[in-house]
Design a protein around this ligand. Sequence first.
Ligand SMILES: CSC[C@@H](O)[C@@H](O)C(=O)COP(=O)(O)O
Ligand SMILES: [Zn+2]
Length: 203
Amino acid sequence: MPYQPLNALVDACRWIGARGWAPATGGNMSLREDSDHCWISQSGKDKGNLTADDFLRVEIATNRAPCGGRPSAETGLHTLLYRLWPEAGAVLHVHTVNATVLSRVIREPVLELTGYEMQKSLRGQQSHQQRVAIPVFDNDQDIDALAGQIGRYGEQHPLHYGFLLRGHGLTCWGRNVDEARRHLEGLEFLFHCEMQRRLLERV
Ligand SMILES: CSC[C@@H](O)[C@@H](O)C(=O)COP(=O)(O)O
Ligand SMILES: [Zn+2]
């Protein structure tokens, strides 16, 4: 019997797939059940076409799926966020073109966004004059090492909405699936604007 609250996450995955934000088998998505467990997409599936049966219950402390199956290769990044942020309820990882390309162009360790009304799609942002800082980490196939690096960063800096992996994509989260979706849509819009601005201004 699938975990019933997964239905909202399954809808979000279809929405992501329809926008082309999880091409091929890219992307992974998860939902927190409680302080010790989350449900995460199985590795290697088409994430735009999942059902609740395609999610595995994973221990947040160990990344293990006691009932078997192969959880996402990037499970360690989701569980890191659930450990770091008790309020994180859902995590969405996507491979959008804007996130993939912009993260390669940014030389600095943080992408700063300011001047955009759509910053207010992000929790706590009340004005286009505020600054949104999205950290950018070098991609790494060693997920444990990557999780260690992001974890050390997260212990010292606010890590509010999401982070970019260079040439890879965006991982973002929210208190629930609706908020994670809103953050994803808002950030993706902001990345698109920032790409266009940099192209036109030849930054
Ligand atoms: C197209 S392969 C992409 C993977 O290496 C990975 O980055 C990804 O997002 C999906 O991995 P998965 O193990 O299916 O959750
Ligand atoms: Zn990925």
